[in-house]
Ligand binder design. Structure first.
Ligand code: GLN
Length: 311
């Protein structure tokens, strides 16, 4: 109980520390549905490895996972197809470029996107997710998201999906380029719809904290004790989160904050300090690289105060 009370104070302090920074960011403007969101929202949730949850701020508001879903779809694609097959479609190297950059997509001998945490790589990974049709593939992703977050309410936000589909010309260009380079099997448009659907899965920061706790707990569900992800895959996911999870801020974030994390332009960040806890933050005001400004400050505060830096 004492421990919980301390964490509660810590989270409230972290929230207070992050709050003044939200005015330095703005919601993602390139997806019309996201541009409308109130930038002053801010929340943080921490899930311990026994499943107990501590929260501060706006923690019950649903928002879309966006790029955070890239961790989940990678794990699902590997579960369905095996590790070796998925990495015939995508690499494991950080780029240092923006998440939606296409500059490296047409210059390599094998033309594979560099890693699964950038848009091109996640689109290639989505193309591996199985099912008889789009609806079945969407359902598999939603079910998996519900399992990893422990929340049966998690679902696709179809207004965000429609907004992304209507404006996603850059993602469409990438999948067409990858198709012409032999990376994508089947129909690009269905894979792209699946990718937009996965990005549009909506959750709360408590759900992200729970997902983080599964990753921090070596793939074991904190409440049921069931293994949800094999250890080899958890290690891979956490490694890619460290090297590529925060877009072109991943290097500095790994050095200064030091927790495997994944950011999304919906304003969420998922963190999984190994063997410690899961953390979810939500703050839709983003910096120029697409990371939540308030969220980054909250994580920085918690990493320092709770000694969560992995090194
Ligand atoms: N759906 C968004 C996109 O494709 C995801 C990007 C992100 O969160 N960085 O652009």
């Amino acid at each position: 109980m004492e421990q919980i009370k301390d964490q509660q104070t810590m989270l409230q302090e972290a929230l207070n520390f992050g709050k003044p920074y939200v005015r330095y960011g703005k919601p993602a403007g390139y997806i019309p549905e996201l541009a409308k969101i109130d930038p002053n929202r801010l929340g943080v949730a921490l899930c311990n490895l026994d499943g107990t949850m501590v929260t501060a701020g706006e923690v019950d508001t649903y928002f879309t996972m966006q790029s955070i879903s890239k961790v989940m779809s990678l794990i699902l694609a590997i579960a369905q197809n095996g590790y070796e097959y998925v990495f015939t479609k995508v690499g494991m190297e950080p780029t240092g470029d923006a998440f939606n950059s296409m500059v490296r997509l047409d210059q390599l001998t094998d033309n594979k996107p560099f890693n699964p945490m950038i848009n091109a790589g996640a689109i290639a990974v989505a193309s591996c997710i199985r099912g008889a049709n789009l609806a079945e593939r969407q359902q598999a992703c939603v079910e998996f998201a519900r399992t990893l977050t422990g929340n049966p309410e998690v679902d696709i936000d179809f207004s965000v999906f429609a907004s992304e589909k209507a404006t996603g010309y850059r993602n469409r260009a990438m999948i067409n380029l990858m198709k012409s380079n032999g990376i994508i099997d089947g129909e690009p448009e269905e894979h792209l719809d699946l990718y937009f659907s996965i990005c549009s899965i909506s959750c709360t920061c408590k759900d992200l904290a729970y997902f983080g706790a599964v990753l921090a707990n070596n793939g074991v569900d904190p409440r049921s004790g069931k293994e949800l992800i094999p250890l080899r895959v958890v290690k891979l996911a956490r490694s890619l989160m460290v090297t590529c999870g925060m877009y072109d801020y991943s290097g500095e974030f790994a050095a200064t904050v030091g927790m495997p994390s994944k950011s999304g332009v919906g304003g969420g960040i998922l963190s999984a300090p190994i063997g410690k806890c899961g953390i979810g933050v939500y703050g839709p005001a983003l910096d120029v690289k697409g990371n939540s400004v308030g969220g980054l400050k909250i994580l920085e505060y918690l990493a320092n105060e709770m000694q969560l830096h992995m090194f």
